[in-house]
Design a protein around this ligand. Structure first.
Ligand code: ZN
Length: 85
């Protein structure tokens, strides 16, 4: 099984929303994540989506502390877009 194959920008972007909703299979997540680690524009796109989603969810529950948001952003940068679900 090859989890490192590049699924391409269009395919990655089509699946980003589903990935953010955590409704992709492990394999599908790996495809999108693999693409995002090698494609700067998709990497930024998915990082932005994740940040916005985290902020949105946090805002619904309770205000997110500033340092939490910073640590999330840093972990995205440090892990090259790969974040444990
Ligand atoms: Zn791409």
């Amino acid at each position: 099984m090859d989890t490192q194959r590049d699924c391409g920008c269009q395919s990655a972007r089509e699946r980003m929303d589903i990935l953010i909703d955590r409704e992709l299979t492990e394999m599908e997540c790996a495809d999108v994540r693999a693409h995002c680690t090698s494609c700067e524009s998709c990497h930024e796109e998915v990082a932005l989506l994740e940040t916005l989603t985290d902020r949105f969810r946090s805002a619904c529950a309770e205000p997110a502390p500033e340092n939490l948001r910073i640590s999330i952003l840093n972990s995205i940068k440090n892990q090259n877009g790969i974040v444990d679900a």
